[in-house]
Design a protein. Structure first.
Length: 130
């Protein structure tokens, strides 16, 4: 029997050297009020022994408890783990860095505007009490 160690590395391409990166294709999707069920498929030749597989490009909101794996082969699934890879050295690294910086800038601007609003509220209260 072959052993299969399955690791889910989400988002981009960075995975350990001994890990096979697999892109899947969506076969079907069912939408629910509080989520969705997405069935994906991929084909991969496994070597004899232990294999690590990283499914890339999956949703970051994937519910780890609902992951299911079906195969036609005689394998043992040793473990499944969900990891989000937000390293910036992947295919979209520059874009991610730019967006993270933009997010920080917007958050700082919001903090400044909230502080200014607090000052104005206090001034208004002083004026109203006099």
């Amino acid at each position: 029997m072959q052993l299969l160690v399955l690791s889910l590395l989400l988002l981009f391409q960075a995975a350990p050297q001994d890990t096979a990166k697999v892109n899947t294709s969506v076969e079907s999707a069912t939408l629910f009020l509080n989520g969705a069920e997405v069935q994906r498929s991929a084909s991969l030749m496994l070597k004899r022994g232990t294999n690590r597989i990283a499914f890339t490009g999956l949703s970051t909101s994937l519910n780890e408890e609902t992951i299911q794996l079906r195969t036609d082969g005689d394998i043992i699934l040793e473990s499944i783990s969900k990891m989000i890879n937000d390293q910036t050295d992947g295919e979209f690294g520059d874009e991610i860095s730019r967006l993270k910086n933009r997010k920080r800038t917007i958050e700082d601007s919001i903090k400044q505007k909230k502080a200014a609003l607090t000052v104005l509220d206090r001034k208004q209260n002083v004026l109203l009490t006099n």
